[in-house]
Design a protein around this ligand. Structure first.
Ligand code: UGA
Length: 435
């Protein structure tokens, strides 16, 4: 089997590398010449554990290559995956589909023979039909099928998520396209992965419904955490106590500063807009979006409060700025709300992130970047732990205390135990637990 993956962003690169690991011949295509050059030199433009090795292995085996030439890559492919970006459109929150449609047209021009055109990008309901219309209009002479095959991988554990997924969703109306998709995912059939075969529209909606449900779950536990603080309850025990009920499930019940990243904020908003457009508003999701936006902004207030109500001229040590660990992704990260709000109140921010600094420097002016966690602490009036990187879980608390001006820690990821922190002499604030 031979496929072309259009777009070497997060989803495209990981999916392309993983399909090649399945034994498929994959060419990953991008318009960005410097990106293709770097990939051809073995440099991976994103931070994802295991990806560099997987790419190197499959390039060496001759199953994975990178190209600028879309037409040539599409010409002899059994399937072409569209994995280009679908950012939020400015102003209205709808997904911007211009890259998807431009790719569809270009693919159509390059097609030779029967080809399945698959959308892997997260696209609103109706996009697959529009892709089919564009292809038909551009190339009435060529036979093709259209499918939707949304991706459920998480940054930081993307390869495992692709190679051993909970399920695969394939939406198409064509038997021939279904057979091609089945052949591509053959290794997953062998490990008995559930495959949901459905229509185009349903597959498109499954992706949004999944992300929106998870975002709602997080927002629910965040609000329960707020209530826990008022009534003196422990949110982790609440999460455990409800999560053990199989109907609820224990995952995605970890409270924090609000969800961020390249998917949940964008997808929840896009689904809200789609639902409004169809006259079937999703009021729960509208509320989730609103609560999460306000939550991220309000986190700075917790830090200010922990500093006695004033951070003017005080040094705050920020540990972690990415939206979650094991990624360098800064998109919609809570730190982008928290740090500027603290700076506005006169705080001096000294920050460290194991992978995010390069991106963060462009987005967070005025931050003093440090080489490790301990360097941020010199003379600090408080620590704000914003991202739960593993190395922040094992800080030498004695050394931390000695370096700081005042031993105050605001742990927005509940990495530490309140009793241990008290014993270690810290004024400790966390989320939804008595402290
Ligand atoms: C998310 C989904 O989890 C994937 O299934 C999906 O494929 C992906 O979006 C996508 O649409 O491409 P991702 O954005 O990489 O993956 O990250 P998550 O691990 O889901 O975390 C998202 C945000 O929720 C982070 O800010 C994280 O800190 C927060 N979160 C997550 C919590 O606050 N609590 C939790 O219990 C879990």
């Amino acid at each position: 089997m031979r496929i072309a993956m259009i777009g070497t962003g997060y989803v495209g690169l990981v999916s392309g590398a993983c399909f090649s690991e399945f034994g498929v011949n994959v060419v990953c295509v991008d318009k960005d010449a410097s990106k293709i050059d770097r990939l051809n030199r073995g440099e991976i433009p994103i931070y994802e554990p295991g990806l560099e090795d997987l790419v190197a292995k499959n390039v060496k085996a001759g199953r994975l290559s990178f190209s600028l030439d879309l037409a040539a890559s599409v010409a002899d492919a059994d399937a072409v995956f569209i994995a280009v970006g679908t950012p939020s459109r400015r102003g209205d929150g709808h997904a911007d589909l211009s890259y998807v449609y431009a790719a569809a047209e270009e693919i159509a021009r390059g097609m030779n023979d029967y080809t399945v055109v698959v959308t892997k990008s997260t696209v609103p309901v109706g996009t697959g039909r529009e892709v089919a219309r564009i292809i038909r209009k551009t190339r009435p002479d060529v036979d093709f099928g259209v499918a939707s095959n949304p991706e459920f991988l998480r940054e930081g554990s993307a390869i495992g998520d692709f190679l051993r997924p909970d399920r695969v969703v394939i939406g198409t109306d064509s038997d021939r396209a279904r057979a091609v998709m089945r052949a591509l995912y053959r290794p997953l059939y062998l490990i008995e992965t559930p495959i949901v075969m459905t229509s185009l529209e349903t597959a498109e909606l499954i992706k949004y419904a999944a992300n929106t449900f998870l975002a709602t779950k997080i927002t629910f536990i965040n609000e329960i955490a707020d209530l826990c603080e008022k009534v003196g309850a422990d949110v982790h025990d609440v999460a455990k106590g409800i999560g053990l009920d199989g109907r609820i499930g224990k995952k995605f019940l970890h409270p924090g500063p609000g969800y961020g990243g390249s998917c949940f904020p964008k997808d929840t908003l896009a689904l809200v807009r789609t639902a409004q457009d169809y006259g079937s508003p999703l009021r729960i999701v509208e509320t989730v979006v609103d609560i999460n936006t306000k939550r991220k902004r309000s986190m700075a207030d917790r830090i200010i409060e922990a500093c006695g109500g004033d951070v003017d001229g005080k040094s705050i040590a920020v540990l972690g700025v990415t939206f979650k660990p094991n990624t360098d992704d800064m998109r919609d990260s809570p730190s982008l709300d928290i740090i500027p709000a603290l700076q506005e109140k006169g705080a001096i921010i000294r920050a460290f992130d194991p992978a995010g600094r390069h991106e963060a420097e462009k987005l967070l002016p005025g931050v003093v970047w440090c080489g490790d966690a301990y360097e941020t602490l010199e003379g600090a009036s408080a620590i704000a732990l914003l991202t739960e990187w593993n190395e922040f879980r094992v800080l030498d608390l004695k050394r931390v205390r000695e370096l700081m001006k005042t031993p105050v820690m605001v742990d927005l990821r509940n990495v530490y135990n309140p009793d241990d922190m008290e014993m270690a002499g810290f004024a400790y604030t966390c989320v939804g637990r008595p402290s």
